[in-house]
Design a protein around this ligand. Structure first.
Ligand code: NAI
Length: 335
């Protein structure tokens, strides 16, 4: 069994090698640093399955090349699959599976790390103190206890975030078209306009779909409480970034924390520090003192990496042995 892994970073190689050794599975793992796009899909030549991550392309042209080379299974080592052309996958009879949950707490804790950083300006304090500047001017924060936090999406990560925020003494409210029953014990389910109007912190935890694309646009941002903080650890496309920049410039939006960015596939997971970054929107964002950008690291804990590797190998084994796979993505009927 040959498995071609795309967007493979050294930490992916390590976690998959460890998981393979522990599983005893006979898999010829070939790692490619390249992102999967139609032009790189030829690297999967001779592979039975490919293993891909969030910024790999699974559109029709890419799947056409993979299928033509004999690839029969696509294993996503992530939860979201907005990049998948399900009809094209069905047309080629591909098996597609994902890792639906890998330490939701890892992402929730990263969201909290970002909230606390912006709230108490620790990103600025860190740089200031290292230069021998111990002035507090400009570092005035606000106490999280007693504030209202609005959670958009009460799935695994939204719930984990809500639990932590409750621990900080926040009032937690949430919007979800299909609210999780477990949220009832944590706070009140409300409509999105009410959530936007009442929350001091709005944290996004819903998937990117046609319905959620740019759900935080100029109109939604205008409905937010003046001075509130927006946190996005889900998918960049949930937010209209130029509209967010306008809201920051007008001082209506008080702070922004993003671990994801709509055009992140051009930059994230790679070192561009010696290059000129041509994305003016991303560069403008990084000039604001009240904006924190991280490069899609919410999932990045030892525990989550191991869970991703174990679940991916489980999915591979399900497919290999023709067993039913709880993590398989349901595809439409082939046309
Ligand atoms: P989940 O599937 O457990 O929960 C998603 C929730 O969003 C569901 O309850 C669903 O009903 C709700 N939802 C759907 N449409 C909505 C809408 N229009 N408005 C509000 N809620 C809506 O997913 P999970 O595991 O909690 O992940 C959430 C997102 O986090 C994923 O879709 C993924 O994009 C992102 N993610 C980010 C990571 C990172 O490293 N930054 C790592 C893992 C996931």
């Amino acid at each position: 069994m040959k498995l071609a892994m795309f967007s493979a970073q050294p930490y992916d190689r390590r976690s998959f090698s460890e998981a393979l050794a522990a599983s005893g599975m006979q898999v010829d793992l070939v790692c490619h640093e390249a992102r999967l796009v139609p032009e790189t899909a030829v690297l999967a030549d001779g592979a039975d399955a490919v293993c891909v991550f969030v910024n790999d392309r699974l559109d029709a042209p890419t799947l056409d090349v993979l299928a033509a080379q004999g690839v029969r299974a696509v294993l996503l080592r992530c939860a979201g699959y907005n990049q998948l052309d399900a009809a094209a996958a069905a047309k080629h009879g591909l098996f597609v599976a994902r890792v639906p949950a890998y330490s939701p707490e890892a992402v929730a804790e990263h969201a909290l790390a970002m909230i606390l950083t912006l709230n108490r300006h620790t990103h600025r304090a860190y740089a200031r103190v290292r230069e021998g500047n111990f002035s507090l001017e400009g570092l005035l924060g606000s106490t999280l206890h007693g504030k209202t936090a609005g959670i958009v999406g009460t799935g695994k990560i939204g719930l984990a975030t809500a639990r932590i925020l409750r621990g900080f003494g926040c009032r937690v409210i949430a919007y979800d078209p299909m609210p999780s029953a477990a949220f009832a014990a944590l706070g009140e389910a409300v409509a999105l306009p009410k959530l936007l109007a009442e929350s001091d912190i709005v944290s996004l935890h819903c998937p990117l779909t046609d319905a959620t694309w740019h759900m935080l646009d100029a109109q939604a941002l205008a409905q937010m409480k003046p001075g509130a903080m927006l946190v996005n650890t889900s998918r960049g496309g949930l937010v209209d970034t130029p509209a967010v920049i306008a809201a920051l410039k007008s001082r209506h939006l008080g702070a922004l924390a993003i671990d994801v960015y709509e055009q992140e596939s051009e930059f994230f997971f790679h070192d561009h520090s010696s290059e000129i970054i041509e994305d003016d929107v991303l560069q403008r964002l990084m000039t604001f003192p009240n904006v924190l950008v991280t490069g899609h690291q919410g999932f990045f804990t030892q525990e989550a990496l191991r869970e991703i590797a174990d679940t991916t190998l489980f999915n591979l084994e399900c497919w290999r042995s023709a067993a039913s796979c709880p993590n398989a993505i349901e595809l439409p009927p082939a046309r």
